[in-house]
Design a binder for this molecule. Sequence first.
Ligand SMILES: C[S@@+](CC[C@H](N)C(=O)[O-])C[C@H]1O[C@@H](n2cnc3c(N)ncnc32)[C@H](O)[C@@H]1O
Length: 783
Amino acid sequence: MSTFTKHLSLADLQSSSNPTSGSGTGGETPVLRAIADARAKDYAGICCPLTTDAWRTRWRGMCLLPAEDGHDKVEIERRAEAWRAAPAFERDEVTMTRLDEAEGVVAVVSEWLELDASDDWVRHDSETALLQELAYASYLNVASAILPPPKHRSQIASYARAVNTALHAVPYMELSVRIPIYDPVMLHASSSTGSAISAATMSSPSVLFSDEPSVATWEMWDAIRTVCEYNPRLTLTLDLTPPMPSVISVLSQWSAEPVRHIFLPASTFIANAKGYPVLPKVTQGFVRDIMKLRPNVVLSGTSAGRHKSGGEVVYSQYVRHIEKTSPAYKASKTQGTVENFAQGYQDYLQAPLQPLMDNLQSVTYQTFEQDPVKYRQYEEAIYTAITEWPNKTDNMVLCVAGAGRGPLVERCMKALQRANREGLLYAVEKNPNAYVTLQQRVRDDWGESVKLFFGDMRTLELPEKVDILVSELLGSFGDNELSPECLDGAMRFLKQDGISIPASYTAHIAPLSSSKLFNETRSTKDVKAAETPYVVMFQAINILSGNGGGLSGNCGPKVQECWEFEHPRKDAVLNAQGLPPTNSHNARSAQLSFHIPHAGILHGLAGYFEAVLYRNIGLSIHPDRMQYISKNMLSWFPLLFPFKEPLYLPGSSELHVSIWRLTNQRQVWYEWYAEAFLPVPGSTSIRAKAEAADAENTRPSRSDSRDGGLSLVRSDSREGWLSVRSTPVLSPSPMADAVDIPPIEIDSKAVVEGDAAKNSIGLIKIGQTSLHNPKGRSSWVGL
Ligand SMILES: C[S@@+](CC[C@H](N)C(=O)[O-])C[C@H]1O[C@@H](n2cnc3c(N)ncnc32)[C@H](O)[C@@H]1O
């Protein structure tokens, strides 16, 4: 659950300096009394200014010069120089002096400091004061300090540079930049903001550069954290004071950021019919969603009696209620959900398993076996295949290739029983340790009906051909644990008309933003770590792509298919042993175009898989389809392909991603790369011309006949199909047709309009990443 902190102004602190006033309950100082009072009301602590008005008065007196020259001015400058040489506070300039006071406090640095003033001296002296305040807070062991918000877009680099200096000046403290969530005004004249300026210079008007008001404040944050090189001690205090936009989706970029505090004033609440404070709908939705990041909620003005019913405590009670009704919270409390099963694994990077090269531990198998959905789906698929098997009289022969500790063997037996069929089962396993468990199970449970074979399915021989070959060698990206290569070898076991379960699987990607995951992948400064795909249960992420063709009309949906593997292979070239002479046929590539509706930073690619087990029975971790195909399946988290350097993508841009599955005789690895383009109406870029020429000469590629060809995009009606030349998009699948999956909402208007406008839309290249993991130098899977 999130924590709650009570915000106190200087006036509030002053009122608790009198122990008899208000509800102060003991404590020797105003701050201690305020903390005790807040804790009695279920807050974790308080958030209050670090400095007093006396400090502000002295600073202004020293640092903001009078317009006229004179004796005063010389004296002021002399005092200012003395302070600059040795910055120090007087006792009455700070709100606290003791370690026990600071322990329960989130300190607010003087809000009037102007680290982004256009006047050089004001900026300089604000930075000196900032460092002085932080040094004092650090002396008192304050754990988290909130910095004043940047106000002037044109000076954001100066603001960011000062914050970076501060991060290096205080070694342990977390610095949290206060940023308004949303700025409905695009253009600001700073002269109207009442900024502090020296008499020497007037501030020039500052402009928020983004043409999207929804992302203007996020862009300021992005500039700050980029200058600060994603310092993990730099966090965000999202200020929910400004009015929200009417559409919440434009705020999704915040969920990929390190939101440490949410500043929520009583003025943001409205009164319900009974006079109790409640949040407006859009704010409610935003708070519900952002609570998954477990921020500290700073409530302010709650004791001012702004709402007539309920009193002070109802504000935090209400926000707690909102948190408890969030889908993420509810799922985490519901038995059988991934969120409940995998608590503590959110955003935690795991190296994918290498079940071919390594031998799994018994506890790893035990964890797999806790997934009821995967095994239920397998049993259904096996059962359906058995019932549809044409020869109804003979005993059937089934083989489990990669049997582990035997759960799929068990499910094969159940399926035979349910179908009322006699059958023989072969179980193949190359892990010598799991093979002992299998022997034990033959002795205790299965008896003669199961025959064990110890060895590698790619080289081992079975006494006879089988009707159904069952395997589960799938990774989060489908083929990343080398299921294609292993099953190439095991297909020798299958009769000519035999069935493989799974029958096929596809890999899917979507571009994502996540400063947390970006930081994690670079934490060791080792290039290998930044070029390795990881298994991650995503939480603090934002998928940057949207459904829709984009301005060029060439983009696919939010999550796009890269490639497919089928078993048995239709066009296999095999040697005398029934094995493929090389692994070249398992190489794949995809070039995909994504529409990026709102500005964001690309940090990686999210990887998912979907498998057809048999007919319409499958497994899926595709975010939009999993709940229809294999809801609450626990076995797989998505894969993350990280990018070493962040790539800024403006709103309405296009991202072209290239990804390859490559192989030699010993290894399989992925390489990935991305380019950003800005569609520009009325221009034809060199790339657009080259692509047009390519389109003329398009041949289907060997790895995927849909590349560069015609593919089908489902429109928003189930019957409606739009034919668009594009990268592989929503491919019709047996499961998608049989299971009632709501169609992905392709914005057909955008596609059609985009198509019409295509000839006059040029793509101007604005950035690219480096090629990741060339020749598998950092990560590969051993054959
Ligand atoms: C992901 S586990 C699945 C285990 C079990 N079937 C289940 O679903 O719980 C894959 C199993 O296949 C085995 N395996 C992987 N490659 C193999 C190969 N080439 N030959 C035989 N067994 C293999 C691994 O040792 C592991 O036990």
